[in-house]
Design a protein around this ligand. Structure first.
Ligand code: SRM
Ligand code: SF4
Length: 572
């Protein structure tokens, strides 16, 4: 175990560490500041609020107007509900829909980690919004902050034995990683004015200072990497036993995608195989992995604080020893891993109990009413009338589950009446694309993403159609900065914003998301993105091996070779 004397003293740690340490288990100055008439929170409260699932933002489209009205910014809050495995009850959905209407910007957003985000909530409406989420038996605690974030899991509601056992393991993991503090209930639900942690309240996993940085966990059934397991700090791959049940988990550690432009010591990394544990040991090993990071992660430099950097600095063998020391049983060697693909679970599928689920494509996860396209209204009607269980996917889509055969025509009719296309009519290029929110809500965005990808991807779909590639699954992911929220470094093609209207282009990942892609071209104008890709796609059509994916073809030939062949300037 790490020597506590060697850890940096609090004054040598980042400012956020001192806020966390002084927060009395996430109470901080939230209550006082909620009661003040200021439209925004102070830095200390902002950092503690993240643990409660709340980000302070400003509407970047309205900055000029705000200034003209003598305001610093148009302050508003984003709220993220933590939704393990993406499972949402009809009541939970309707509560989010109502908050979006009453207090938010009238849209909901399905995130790349199977959560809901609500944007545009004013400070005065925050308490009512969080309370409404809690009344629907959901929580925003753990949506953000230096703790375990939403635990992802393949959402397909198939209902077979393996999936049922995975769900049980998922909820045990969620139970073990949820903070113990009562601060959340005091502040948002009970409305008490408590500022100190009561005696005896203990954060047994996190300690008083919580983790050095966010920590991400995902669970995937072996074979189907629909949740992009390699981007997580801890990936748990559920391995089948001989009877089709859950034997245990292969552990992948140290995945993470965030990087910063012009800082080569920040980089994306994919998870590495640490070992295997039987199913009934998963909570113990999860805690062991988290506490090694808790005790050894970098608390001085937040850009170097994720588990991937600890692994890079100390090595996988050191890490394995540290984990082993904290376990009551021996870690086994990792089992061979094979991925058969990525199933987005869209369209109609039969459940084991004879009922049906329907996976609906939601472009970039945004549930909204806009012109003839009225997805939000359609979803409200579907949920109110048919009462499906909803499952959010890691590709920002939604599955309506537990539908009787008789509900199928009604669901189709409701979608048609609201101008929402069925998944089967969505071009594959569009269906396999994702963008992060970026401007106007994200304060870190340097370029657009959600608002420009629809146009770019339709241009690409048209080129794919022309070249006979309409049925080809090519994943395209765009972000408005290098932080990697739509996982651009794991797609066949990644577009990463560098400044307004410009993107770095990455190639050579794989559709299964097991490999990082590589920078191909730097600072490409938005309207040049598809023309840049066109000659590559033309060559791919002629030269690919049978069934070879576009990313695999780029990888086989080598990105450096492709740059030379297509006379593309190397990256900056
Ligand atoms: Fe993210 C920060 C949105 C998934 C890496 N992310 C942000 C913030 C909160 C901006 C901020 O800190 O002020 C963004 C809010 C934008 C907005 O207006 O809503 C934001 N991230 C998102 C979401 C909504 C994107 C989406 O299209 O759905 C995803 C919410 C997930 C959730 O429900 O928890 C989201 N973010 C991711 C992922 C993908 C994943 O986890 O599978 C990553 C890459 C994986 C990883 O963590 O390494 C990711 N987000 C980041 C980072 C870089 C972290 C790093 O280690 O460097 C930041 C910036 C930071 O933490 O300093 C960030
Ligand atoms: Fe914001 Fe960057 Fe994440 Fe996009 S990738 S949401 S721009 S932090």
């Amino acid at each position: 175990m790490s020597d506590p004397d060697l850890r940096p003293r609090l004054e040598e740690q980042s400012k956020i560490e001192s806020y966390k340490a002084a927060s009395e288990h996430l109470r901080g100055p939230i209550v006082e500041e909620l009661e003040s008439s200021e439209p925004a929170f102070t830095d200390n409260a902002i950092q503690v609020l993240k643990f409660h699932g709340v980000y302070q933002q400003d509407d970047r489209d309205l900055r000029k107007q705000a200034r003209a009205r003598g305001l610093a910014k148009h302050w508003q809050m984003m709220m993220r509900t933590r939704i393990p495995g993406g499972k949402v009850s009809p009541e939970g959905y309707l509560a989010h829909d109502e908050i979006a209407e009453r207090w938010g910007n009238a849209t909901l957003r399905i995130t790349t980690r199977q959560d809901f985000q609500l944007h545009g909530i004013l400070k005065d409406n925050l308490r009512n919004s969080i309370r409404a989420i809690n009344q629907a038996m959901m929580t925003t605690l753990g949506g953000c902050g230096d703790q375990v974030r939403n635990v992802m899991c393949c959402p397909a509601p198939v209902g077979d034995r393996l999936r049922d056992e995975i769900q049980e393991a998922l909820w045990n993991i969620v139970g073990t990683v949820t903070p113990r503090t009562n601060a959340y209930h005091e502040i948002w639900v009970d409305g008490e004015r408590v500022t100190d942690a009561p005696p005896g309240e203990e954060e047994d996993l996190y300690g008083d200072q919580y983790l050095p940085r966010k920590f991400k966990i995902a669970v995937a059934p072996e074979g189907d990497n629909c949740i992009d397991i390699y981007s997580n700090d801890l990936g748990l791959v559920a391995m089948r036993d001989d009877d089709g049940g859950l034997a245990g988990f292969n552990l992948l550690v140290g995945g993470g995608l965030g990087r910063t432009h012009h800082k080569p010591n920040t980089y994306p990394a994919v998870g590495r195989l640490l070992g295997f544990v039987p199913a009934d040991r998963v909570e113990e090993v999860t805690r062991a992995v988290i506490t090694v990071q808790r005790d050894n992660g970098d608390r001085a430099n937040r850009r170097h604080a994720r588990l991937k950097y600890l692994l890079a600095d100390r090595g996988l063998d050191w890490f394995r020893e540290q984990v082993q020391e904290r376990l009551s049983f021996p870690l086994e060697e990792g089992r061979p891993l094979h991925w058969h693909g990525v199933d987005d679970h869209l369209g109609w599928h039969r459940q084991q109990d004879g009922r049906w689920f329907y996976g609906l494509f939601v472009e970039n996860g945004r549930i909204k009413d806009e012109g003839e396209y009225r997805l939000r209204s359609a979803m409200r009607q579907i949920v109110t009338e048919l009462r499906p269980t909803l499952w959010l996917t890691a590709q920002q889509n939604v599955l309506f589950a537990d539908l009787e055969e008789s509900a199928k025509p009604r669901l189709r009719r409701i979608l048609a009446l609201h101008g929402v296309p069925l998944t089967s009519s969505i071009p594959l290029a569009v269906r396999n694309s994702m963008a992060c929110p970026a401007i106007p809500t994200c304060g870190l965005a340097v370029a657009e993403s959600e608002r420009v990808l629809p146009q770019v991807i339709r241009e690409l779909a048209a080129v794919q159609e022309e070249l006979g590639l309409a049925r080809e699954r090519i994943s395209v992911r765009m972000t408005g900065c290098p932080n990697g929220c739509a996982r651009p470094y794991l797609g066949d093609i990644g577009f990463v914003g560098t400044t307004l209207g410009k993107y770095d282009v990455y190639l050579g990942g794989d559709f299964e998301g097991t490999r990082l892609n590589i920078p191909y071209s730097h600072n490409v104008g938005q309207e040049e993105l598809v023309p840049l890709l066109r000659p590559l796609l033309e060559a791919f059509v002629k030269e690919r091996n049978r069934k070879e994916g576009f990313g695999d073809w780029c990888h086989r030939l080598g990105v450096a070779y492709l740059q030379h062949r297509f006379q593309v300037l190397a990256t900056a």
